[in-house]
Design a protein around this ligand. Sequence first.
Ligand code: 9MR
Length: 404
Amino acid sequence: MSKTNVRHPPHYKENTLLTRREFISSGLQTTGAIAVASAATGILTGCSHQVHAHPTLATASGEITGKASLKAHAAAHELLVGAAVNTRLLRSDANYARILREQYDLVVAENAMKWGPLRPAPDKYFFDEADALVAFAEQNKMKVRGHNLAWHEALPGWFAATVNKENAQRFLTDHIATVAGRYKGKIRSWDVVNEAIQVKDGRPDGLRKSPWLELLGPGYIDIAFRAARQADPGALLTYNDYGVEYDNDEDARKREFILQLLRRMKADNVPLDALGIQSHIRAGSSSSFGKGIQDYIAGTRALGLQVFLTELDVNEDDLPYNDVAQRDHAIAEVYRNYLDTVLPDPAVKSVLTWGVTDRYTWLNGPTQKRKQPNRRQRALPFDDNYQPKEAFFAMRDCFDRRSV
Ligand code: 9MR
């Protein structure tokens, strides 16, 4: 959701591991801190002998696996529950992989299917990481979301000097044919176009002045969706965006522009099946959730589209206190308020968090501007030690309350 045009170099690295400085300042003082300290030291020093935090998932709050898992509770209310995955951690962190298997039935690559990671050079593709995620999902009978085929960020380093108005359409359609074609029949839904609306760019259609818009004009969106349908006719084609969740003027304007785009696409018979609502939300916000997002979802449903909550997490930088239990409670309340606002609508079919454990959330990553640099964010359902937090139980309760 960063608002700058970040372009990653070809040798792209995921940035969600703790740095030594972050680890030292993390204040991991809860149970298991020593085990995690050893594990983190192993990662930081490249030591091959890695100690994993002890998996103690049955906590004082009760059993959370099997029938008590997120996915079992979600399935009872016609929802899929998923998470964004850092593919490298599937190999290096057994607890990470285990929680994914136990709790989730849907995965999406946090980075591995973006242009930058997939395209080391204009004529070369690097599929190993993306393939590994799809294989992991197949082995564990999980579904996969694809993220993403056209975005203004995470473009490869060579992009700006290589892609021009003459060849841009070919680059876009070849990329989609190759990537969506490779995973044909294996992807439940693709984020075809990501974050195309940016109100402050001031265009009457609300479109972001992205490289794709500059190269191809507004038509790039339809080109991308048509190419995606052709490459993988079975995938649910999704438009995905952020900044639409709150009852405030800024989010309301963005919702209007997105609905206008979706209506226009449907009117023009552009293949489109779903809307992704990223759901990067905040604790300590002065705005609330309510009619704005409910009407947005209902408007999307009226167009015959499904709705996916694609990147849920809670940024807690605005909380004025440091006490962990107090913060975790406030974060869980935000999960609760948000999910209770949106889940009653039957158009909502899946809930994905952007990560699994606070240990690797992008919100603690080096590119993130932080108001509380000495405090690690606790944005996700599992903490740094892989223990379920109040947010986990809030999610499960919200699934239970859904009347679908
Ligand atoms: O979490 C992702 C982070 O590791 C990457 O550096 C960044 C740029 O590729 O993208 C982050 O994920 C973003 C997602 O792809 C689109 N919506 C906003 C997410 C958080 O910035």
